[in-house]
Design a protein around this ligand. Structure first.
Ligand SMILES: [Zn+2]
Length: 225
């Protein structure tokens, strides 16, 4: 299927077109007229269909808000009101790849399947998750995925717990991670790269529900995807 420059297809205008020899693909850069979303489409003979929605998510502190949000949007959405749609998809879908990743300046949500119907379903679950997560109505999502106070016995000391909090404590138990963290701070001061997008265990408990919601409202929009 050949698409023409500057023509509309399902609400998207073709901005650039090129054949990429190395991956034997027709590449199109499209723009969604209504929302401003940009789409890179690679058409080829591979029957393994892949989709990813990604957002520019530069961090402005070490609370790991980008990483916690990456976990949290996959904890139920407007259409899929389950506790963990992600876990259900891993078990029940014919996906060939399913994940989400936080980078120093972006967050990606890729899915893949060889089955067309399954592929459409995966896209639908992921798009509903990123644009309509239940994080606004369920404050326990931040506490579960980010951080919360923990105490087992009344005489115990108060401690922190949380999925990302524990994950990052594991990461920062390595000398390499600490060195990397300090090197980035020294090399790129006053930029998003001086912050740990995954979250530093000392800073994660500073994340508030307000800042968490604000980060989603700011960056999870079609025009920033
Ligand atoms: Zn994680």
């Amino acid at each position: 299927m050949k698409l023409d420059i500057n023509k509309q297809y399902s609400g998207f205008v073709i901005r650039q077109a090129a054949y990429i020899d190395e991956i034997q693909s027709e590449a199109y850069v499209m723009e969604h007229t209504y929302s401003g979303a940009r789409l890179l489409y690679l058409g080829n003979n591979d029957d393994n269909k892949v989709f990813s929605i990604s957002f520019r998510t530069p961090p402005y502190d070490d609370t790991g808000v980008a990483h916690i949000l990456e976990h949290s949007v996959l904890c139920g959405s407007r259409k899929y009101r389950l506790k963990e749609p992600f876990v259900e998809l891993v078990k029940g879908s014919m996906n060939t790849f399913l994940n989400a990743m936080t980078y120093p300046d972006k967050t990606m949500y890729p899915v893949a399947s060889r089955n067309a119907k399954d592929f459409q379903n995966l896209m639908d679950v992921y798009l509903d998750a990123v644009f309509y997560p239940l994080i606004y109505e369920n404050p326990y999502t931040l506490r579960q995925e980010g951080w919360h106070y923990n105490i087992e016995e009344p005489t115990d000391a108060l401690s922190y717990n949380g999925v990302v909090y524990n994950e990052m404590k594991g990461v920062f138990s390595s000398a390499d991670a600490l060195l990397d963290y300090e090197a980035m701070k020294a090399l790129f001061p006053d930029t998003p790269y001086s912050f740990e997008s995954g979250g530093h265990p000392d800073a994660i408990p500073e994340l508030t529900q307000e800042a968490f919601e604000h980060f989603h409202t700011t960056y999870y929009s079609p025009e920033n995807s």
